[in-house]
Design a protein around this ligand. Sequence first.
Ligand SMILES: Cc1cc2nc3c(=O)[nH]c(=O)nc-3n(C[C@H](O)[C@H](O)[C@H](O)COP(=O)(O)OP(=O)(O)OC[C@H]3O[C@@H](n4cnc5c(N)ncnc54)[C@H](O)[C@@H]3O)c2cc1C
Ligand code: FES
Length: 1256
Amino acid sequence: MVSRYYPKTKKIHHYPVTACLVPICSLYGAAVTTVEGVGSIKTRIHPVQERLAKCHGTQCGFCSPGMVMSIYTLLRTHPEPTPEQITEALGGNLCRCTGYRPIVESGKTFCVESTVCQVKGSGRCCMEQDERPFVTRQEKMCTKLYDEDEFQPLDPSQEPIFPPELIRMAEDPNKRRLAFQGERTTWLTPVTLDDLLDLKTQFPKAPLVMGNTTVGPSMKFRDEFHPVFISPLWLPELHFVETTDEGVTIGAGYSLAQLSDALRFIVLEQPKMKTRTHRALLRHLRTLAGAQIRNMATLGGHVVSRPNYSDLNPILAAGNATINVISKEGERQIPLDGRFLERSPEANLKSEEIVLSVHIPYSTQWHFVWGLRLAQRHENAFAIVNAGMSVRFEDSTDRIKALQMFYGSVGPTVVSAGQACQRLIGRRWDDTALSDACRWVLDAVYVPPAAEGGLVEYRRTLIVSLLFKFYLKVRRGLNKMDPQKFPDIPENFTSVLEDFPIETPQGIQMFQCVDPKQPPQDPVGHPVMHQSAIKHATGEAVFVDDMPPIAQELFLAVVTSTRAHAKIVSIDASKALALPGVVDVITAEDVPGNNNHKGEVLYAQNEVICVGQIVCTVAADTYAHAREAAKKVKIAYEDIEPRIITIEQALEHNSFLFAEKKIEKGNVEQGFKYVDQIIEGEVHVEGQEHFYMETQTILAIPKEEDKEMVLHLGTQYPTHVQEFVAAALNVPRSRIACHMKRAGGAFGGKVTKPAVLGAVSAVAANKTGRPIRFVLERGDDMLITAGRHPLLARYKVGFMNNGVIKAADVEYYINGGCTPDESELVIEFVVLKSENAYNIPNFRCRGRPCKTNLPSNTAFRGFGFPQAAVVVEAYVSAVAAQCNLPPEEVKEINMYKTISKTAYKQTFNPEPLRRCWKECLEKSSFHARKLAAEEFNKKNYWKKRGLAVVPMKFTVGLPMTFYNQAAALVHIYLDGSVLVIHGGCEMGQGLYTKMIQVASRELNIPQSYIHLSETSTVTVPNTFFTAGSMGTDINGKAVQNACQILMARLQPVIRKNPKGSWEDWIAKAFQESISLSTTGYFKGYQTNMDWKKEEGDAFPYYVYGASCSEVEVDCLTGAHKIEGAFVQGMGFYTIEELKYSPEGVLYSRGPDDYKIPTVSEIPEEFYVTLVRSQNPIAIYSSKGLGEAGMFLGSSVLFAIYDAVTAARRERGLTKTFTLSSPATPELIRMTCVDQFTDMIPRDDPSTFTPWSIRVS
Ligand SMILES: Cc1cc2nc3c(=O)[nH]c(=O)nc-3n(C[C@H](O)[C@H](O)[C@H](O)COP(=O)(O)OP(=O)(O)OC[C@H]3O[C@@H](n4cnc5c(N)ncnc54)[C@H](O)[C@@H]3O)c2cc1C
Ligand code: FES
């Protein structure tokens, strides 16, 4: 939070910023508050921190300080915010763990409005039990996850005061120009307008750094360099609003947030008719970036930088805005028009000119202005296409006098469809004009087939679809002005004119209440706050990069391959080595042991096998030096054929990583003979990036003696790191110590990759003899570590006309990338889990991982299941469509019904599955909603609602017993405090918290006696990965075992003194020489799988679930409007899209081009019920749920398909269409075929190379 004092208004302004974009020099005179300044466990925690923690709004904790700052900053100006303000304030923050709902809920506790869930204004909680007949008395469910009575009140008078010396500085009448001189750059802050104009004349090329949201990213990502910066951000002349009869003039220094406030005021003050441009701007300002960027970016910076995706410039141009510029020569006005936006040299600012302000004229009665935009995500995403349009009519007619259309994100600049508009002058605003307009606009605004950014046909379709929306909007407007003269648009077209609102999410979790007879001290079964929650919220939880610098430490930067498959001809590091601070360049030659351990290459040797493979690393005294030097390493390559990027290419070249895995039951061929119908199809499921908030981070410290090496890193598998490092250094594993305290999210991405990266760092530490800090930047992390396997499935299904499926034959291929990683296990899971909830009597499934020249894909939450099961749901839905039956009916008919054997002959009882299914249908009022959706769809042509319910049978654990083993070490100290250590890794799932619950119950002592510090190979050796939803189950058993051993040892002491305290018993035990320390062990669940016989008891148990989602889609644009895994799954199935070039280059390397859900994407209403059920085999009836929820997110995908099917049916398209994931707005739009998709130009695929390709 930055706070500034404005001398003009004598007010203090607090606003949130994105720290990495704030130049330190720009903070002169400002007060900066970070999370450390808000509260601390050492002094006092702030209510915002307390409530975020207690409302379970933090899991891994990496995003939590940011969440705290966003809410805190809002409260500084709005101590009693509205829920909408909370949602808006959080719009610029990302969280990958929680699904946002608990974070929003913690913020909502500050709102005056009731925070109790209220169903659509009824004033009653949706879960009030008399309202819900399905909640029977025995099944008393709880919903209370925290106790509001515990919260400290918010007392704004306790906040730190703004430093008075900063007020004095700001009011000093003798302020002088500030100059900061750095190694390579100079920063100048003028204090008067004249001074600014002098500087601009003296340094015409120097950028004016205002919000730095364009200048900053260009320097970081495009290597722009500026020797001089001029920063006039706080000049009073750039901060004003002036209203005249003609319009409003707003100072160029106004931030976009201030611009919103000013426009909001104007819109309230002035008649609607005059403020059409202002309202259009306001609408776009709500979704432009997030709150932080809107508080930094300025109007002047936005207008001058003219980004091609600009959301404001097309509207400003359509509204005839003008720019007031000034230089030493004087002032002038330039029109903010097409020529300016298209960067015609004659329409440009001169180099010595600066923008003082922007004038936004009022609209008039017969003048309509509108802005339109479509993006992958509501907020914080650049538009895929946006537009600003205006039309002026001859008074009281619908005859066009002037027309303007400006499109963004369709070329290198905003594009004006000037000529097309010109041709329409004098025409009436009717369907024929619209039809001509569409054709001419498509000519004027041409998106070439290989255009950067791809989505070519979609963008072309949007160009005309947005125009059509504008056409409808204007017709509606004309009708409102004179209903007699101008007919209204069809009733069923009206809803499409309303944008989807950003709603404040609300939801509820229902879970089994704890038995009232359970002792109050026993925490099992209660919702317990994450053990580190408060530290997360205060920023005091230590992640690896928070560890203080170690003497002599070096930073590592990577040099990665730019070719997918090539011979390394030479590596020239001389220029890099000559740079200041550079200590060494490390290559394959420097690996003393195995550079290729079990097929995983550390440093590329002789050849590269994917873009992003590490070729060498540079070690330097600072990260900046290492990074600069890494850019100077020159590598010469010679391409090698073949280069295999996609699954289809791999199939052509027979390129596989492992042999096929298969399971079969019944007689498939025979099955197909006796069916009414057979369908065949293909399903593509693209990959997914983990996007854990903490990128891979390693601290490798070489020890002086005995070749010992200590590593600190966030990993799910410390033993694996130890193995790789020992192999790379050629030392026994006993010399390598891996410490893992916590990881800022992992989701499978930190199972195998940290081993390779750990070994890469260890080799550097070994060579240089100095500690190595290796923190991957987001772009490198996304490029190098890859993610979920893209999947291609081909199916053939035979069924009866009543929907009963008799036979299915399914082939799965996954894109494994260039090395084995865990692809074999993933394909085994895909095959074993491929029947999901359905009992198909004749069933065959085969799977094979393909070897390609992509970075090696790896474990990801669900481990193949989310991809595989979506295929099952796809063909079951296809069968339903073919039989003209509702999908839910066909699902139910084919679902397992009685105790049965799976396709690999394991016995299971589907009763809980059927209960989940039934409850889900009931609690979601599925059938009533479906009727309502059908009714809605009849009345709305361009918007459609869809519903889907999906069942889930999810396997927990692994088919090998030894993979399920776990160990723990428990020490009781003489003061009675207990230290618990085990082999599981804490990455946000609350594993440590749950282990405390276990120890607390077993030792019968309060949680406060128990401490968990870290996981390490030194304390508990030979552990398996924390994955597969097994962490709690198996480590819990090991901790339980250790505690039970200790309790057994204490029994004689307790028996002698049954009324004694825990401390008495411990003291006595010590005196009696009873050991107070032990290891605990769990051998693992007995599982097995015989792939030759295609059978086994592969999994210890199953978890079941069902989810129902309802969506609404905008058929004209493809826009649509869902805790933790579910939201991650929803992201996977709908908006997260990795883009690869045909040459195998990953384009999407950061939050700008890869969109995970934000707070505005989550379900408007989200109800979760944990169905009561027993699990005798797991500790305290535990159920491994970490991964399962991911697939339930697919109900959103199928709901989208349901909506799209409704649209297609109405348009006469009855043929089933191929389903793929993700169902992005592009896919939705292009599947809702209509006159607009038909009218766009199509290109012959053989005539161009597309910008990006699908790799599944
Ligand atoms: C994460 C992120 C998300 C974003 N999302 C969106 C989005 O969804 N939609 C959208 O439209 N935009 C978006 N933007 C772009 C943003 O709107 C612009 O970067 C911003 O408006 C530029 O303003 P600034 O004050 O930061 O400019 P700066 O970076 O400070 O300056 C930009 C340029 O303008 C010049 N300049 C600045 N002020 C003046 C002046 N008064 N006179 C003359 N020249 C001047 C400077 O010399 C410089 O060349 C996003 C940016 C970021 C970083
Ligand atoms: S708690 Fe938000 S990213 Fe992990």
